[in-house]
Write a protein that binds this ligand. Structure first.
Ligand code: GDD
Ligand code: MG
Length: 364
């Protein structure tokens, strides 16, 4: 008998759990009204990019969104998933259970291997290859590692030459850094290991569950990813991801074609005599007046107004914000429906929450 690939995939139906319940504190005030999983990247809610990746993994037939903070806002966007081409289910914790507690709570009734994703990482990883490796090694847990320059904000992971994990140390101190590979926040787990996770107290996958696998000498392996990877959870990284997409380090529309071109929606109104420096992004309904300059890596959200001779440079501006004449906005993130007055200067790492007002001639 010949076994078709359709038959093989139908034998291995898997669920993916996206951990998307954190409060996004490092992105405040942006996340006060917009939970981190739906923070816009080029005006598109972040989780769409993760769903794009999961959709192309034939083994995965359902995504479970594990939520806690402002769950309704997220459910409204993704619904049952039909528009994203995936079946989506929501599990809302009564109180935050930590990363391991959330996995147990969402994966309680599951018996087959589960893919788990931190809800704030963007990557072009070959997930099917990670799943294959997990099966080949009959692992209890497989985690994806990626090399970074400074592991201190992540989970440091040491492996041996066969890819077995020897040590997992969350948020290492400088003197504890022994290698450059960190936990990329992508796992394949076997649900028969979940009984060690307590049901009613918060428990961390990084600080408790992974170390327990090492202590018990269970098969716990790593797959190293050297392609694109970023955690979007800080303002610096949030700006960085826009730059990476515009420079095609991570390929996604509308920047997956010709390099360095400004993207202007057909539904935007950009006057003649506006200076556009590619790559930049101007979305539907935005209005940019004559003499304004939209510099590289800038994002002008839907229905924004940029008045005469204003300058926007390497800044991300969410929808409905108005920038007055001759104002300057550089290397900053502006939330929805802000107002920057005329001749005001907003520079270098300013993060404005929704509906902020900067009065005329102010400097921040
Ligand atoms: N449902 C639920 N419940 N989700 C949670 C909870 C919870 O109690 N706590 C955190 N999360 C979600 C967050 O929304 C986020 O998507 C993910 O779990 C990871 O939490 P972060 O707060 O972003 O953690 P981190 O970035 O400091 O560190 C984690 O990610 C790094 C890679 O980006 C760790 O897993 C590190 O080991 C890892 O290197
Ligand atoms: Mg994170």
């Amino acid at each position: 008998m010949t076994v078709s690939s359709a038959m093989i995939t139908s034998l291995f139906r898997m669920k993916a759990i996206l951990l998307a319940g954190g409060k996004g504190t490092r992105l405040r005030p942006l996340t006060l009204h917009t939970p981190k999983p739906i923070v816009p990247i080029l005006e598109r809610p972040f989780l769409h990019y993760q769903l794009d990746l999961l959709k192309h993994v034939p083994e995965i037939d359902e995504v479970i969104l594990s939520l806690n903070y402002q769950p309704r806002r997220i459910e409204e966007i993704f619904g049952d998933g039909s528009e994203s081409g995936m079946s989506i289910r929501y599990v809302v914790e009564p109180a935050p259970l930590g990363t391991a507690g959330a996995v147990r709570y969402a994966g309680e009734s599951l018996h087959d291997s589960i893919v788990v994703f931190n809800g704030d990482v963007l990557t072009n990883i070959d997930l099917a290859a990670v799943i294959a490796r997990h099966r080949e090694r009959r692992a209890k847990a497989t985690i994806v590692l990626t090399p970074v320059e400074n592991p201190s904000a992540y989970g440091l992971v040491e492996t041996d030459e066969d890819g077995n994990i020897r040590r997992f140390l969350e948020k290492p101190k400088p003197e504890e850094i022994t290698c450059d590979t960190i936990n990329a926040g992508i796992y394949v787990l076997e649900p028969d290991t979940f009984d060690r996770i307590p049901k009613d107290t918060p428990w961390s996958i990084e600080r408790s569950f992974f170390p327990s696998l090492i202590e018990r000498r269970e098969t716990f392996i790593a797959v190293i990813h050297r392609g694109y990877w970023i955690d979007i959870g800080t303002p610096e990284k949030y700006l960085q991801v826009h730059r990476d997409i515009m420079e095609q380090r991570y390929r996604t529309p509308p920047f997956d074609g010709e390099a360095n071109r400004p993207y202007v929606s057909r539904k935007a109104k950009v006057d003649e005599g506006v200076m556009l420096e590619g790559p930049c992004f101007i979305d539907d309904g935005a209005v940019v007046k004559a003499g304004a300059r939209i510099g590289r890596y800038s994002v002008i959200g839907r229905q924004c107004h940029v008045e005469e001779r204003a300058v926007i440079d390497q800044a991300v501006v969410w929808s409905g914000t108005r920038i007055g004449a001759e104002a300057e906005v550089r290397r900053s993130v502006l939330g929805r429906q802000c107002h920057v007055g005329r001749n005001a200067v907003v520079d270098a790492g300013v993060i404005l929450g929704d509906k902020s007002t900067i009065t005329d001639y102010s400097r921040v």
